[in-house]
Design a protein. Structure first.
Length: 280
């Protein structure tokens, strides 16, 4: 009977020790999560499939890549800050964000204001209503049309360039450009017949067709402005630049980066693609 009591006591003691150990492990894990630093990420979360809110949760290819970069590093967690496009670069320069991760095309003008780390390649697609008679294939087919584009983006500037160089210069009618705050608002304008054509990123237009298959279609087949998108870092912030660059390189080495891009129908830029935009 005495031995039985000793055995029971030992078992109970062991269970208590195990329970305490598990509690301590949980407490340590919780403490680690609490002590992990936060990196604020500015993004216009209205731009599927790159970055958008799904049931209030940041989602999309940019989000997946950023979250994975942070996971690989293990010392910080991203905090997404949803803001409109025109606020992104001013917000980064004003230290409202640590990083810009918002499918931002790399241009000479932007490189003069911020540093950028290239990560994907894309082009333009043209979206029209499913019942529309017109089927624009390339840049010249925009002449004389009302074209919708996102305000403050490279898209509006590109349409203006097409209008000047390929329409007016060749004796054709100019393009009427109407700008909207977000890509979904531009699509709504298209559906409301406020514009004839939506000019936007190819992957974004594919997502629009997937969401509205009975209402819109892509008709473009020609090349427009193949370009490279990048992650924005404040000039002089070498620590953050190095942190993101190293994380991205680890992701590429593991194969996870390519898997994420492929799952969204995107591709990584070649060295030649990167040199073309970074050395302007």
């Amino acid at each position: 009977m005495k031995y039985k009591s000793i055995l029971v006591s030992a078992l109970v003691g062991g269970l208590l020790l195990t329970g305490c150990a598990k509690k301590e492990e949980t407490a340590v894990a919780h403490s680690d999560a609490q002590s992990m630093k936060t990196v604020s990420v500015g993004s216009d979360l209205t731009f599927p499939p790159y970055e958008y809110l799904q049931d209030g949760v940041p989602s999309g290819v940019s989000v997946a890549i950023m979250e994975k970069i942070a996971e690989v590093d293990g010392t910080y967690k991203p905090e997404w800050v949803d803001t409109r496009w025109s606020n992104l670069i001013p917000g980064l320069k004003g230290e409202k964000f640590d990083i810009l991760f918002s499918s931002m095309y790399i241009t000479k003008e932007r490189l003069e204001q911020i540093d950028m780390i290239p990560y994907y390649k894309t082009d333009i697609s043209l979206l029209v209503r499913k019942d529309a008679d017109l089927a624009p294939k390339g840049p010249e087919d925009l002449c004389g049309r009302v074209v919708g584009a996102m305000k403050g983006t490279a898209f509006a500037a590109q349409v203006q360039e097409i209008s000047t160089d390929r329409c007016v210069a060749q004796g054709k009618k100019a393009i009427t450009i109407r700008e909207f705050e977000t890509s979904p608002q531009t699509t709504q304008a298209l559906l409301a017949r406020a514009v004839d054509i939506q000019y936007d990123d190819a992957a974004v237009m594919t997502a629009a067709v997937n969401n509205l298959p009975d209402k819109v279609k892509i008709t473009s087949t020609e090349q427009f402005f193949p370009t490279v998108g990048g992650i924005g870092i404040r000039k002089g912030d070498t620590a953050t630049y190095k942190m993101i660059e190293e994380g991205l390189n680890k992701l590429k080495a593991s194969g996870d980066f390519e898997k994420i891009l492929n799952s969204y129908g995107l591709q990584a830029p070649t060295e030649a693609d990167i040199a073309a935009v970074m050395n302007k």
